[in-house]
Design a protein around this ligand. Structure first.
Ligand SMILES: Nc1nc2c(ncn2[C@@H]2O[C@H](COP(=O)(O)OP(=O)(O)OP(=O)(O)O)[C@@H](O)[C@H]2O)c(=O)[nH]1
Ligand SMILES: [Mg+2]
Length: 151
């Protein structure tokens, strides 16, 4: 029998820490970026509890928005990486609404806690995991919380 494989897509506005999150969660990742800005996608995979997780990080800049739909094809779950010092942006709210409409489980990583550890203001019922992507803090725990929602 084929082993279960899960596709997780990481969304979030520009510069929130999506690529850094993926780099910390996976050993080897493939990045398509220019001067540190993701222009197409990042890909990596990791094993969690014997399950293979395929992780894709989206570009955050508005001009690459067309990529989001392409990367999202067939996703099982999602992470929204928010810059906690910036708060939830309109683009992030739109993604959350779309995921809710499609019944896709997701969690929010309130990243850059080292810059701002105030509680993230969010107007919906969703699990928020505080993270510092540059240090790897909270990331694997957050991914595990997300994957529990799939079982
Ligand atoms: N202080 C701090 N900086 C962070 C953290 N996570 C990421 N950064 C920094 O934020 C900047 C952007 O990080 P990326 O991971 O490239 O962000 P991104 O969301 O992939 O950016 P785009 O692909 O352009 O949308 C980099 O300079 C990172 O080092 C964090 O937890 N704390
Ligand atoms: Mg990126």
């Amino acid at each position: 029998m084929k082993k279960k494989e899960t596709k997780v897509v990481i969304f979030g506005d520009y510069d929130t820490g999506k690529t850094t999150t993926l780099e910390q969660l996976c050993d080897r990742i493939t990045k398509v970026e220019y001067n540190g800005t993701t222009v197409a996608l990042d890909y990596g995979n990791c094993m969690v509890g014997g399950e293979k997780i395929h992780l894709f990080a989206t570009p955050g800049h508005e001009r690459f928005k067309f990529m989001l739909e392409i990367i999202s094809h067939g996703l099982d779950a999602a992470v929204i990486v928010v810059d906690n010092s910036r708060g939830v942006t309109l683009a992030e709210k739109e993604i959350m609404t779309e995921l809710e409409e499609k019944n896709i489980p997701y969690v929010v990583f309130s990243n850059k806690q080292d810059l701002d550890d105030s509680e993230l203001e969010i107007d919906r019922e969703v699990e928020v995991i505080p993270t510092v992507a540059t240090e790897g803090t909270g990331l694997m725990k957050g991914l595990e919380i997300l994957l529990e929602k799939l079982n």
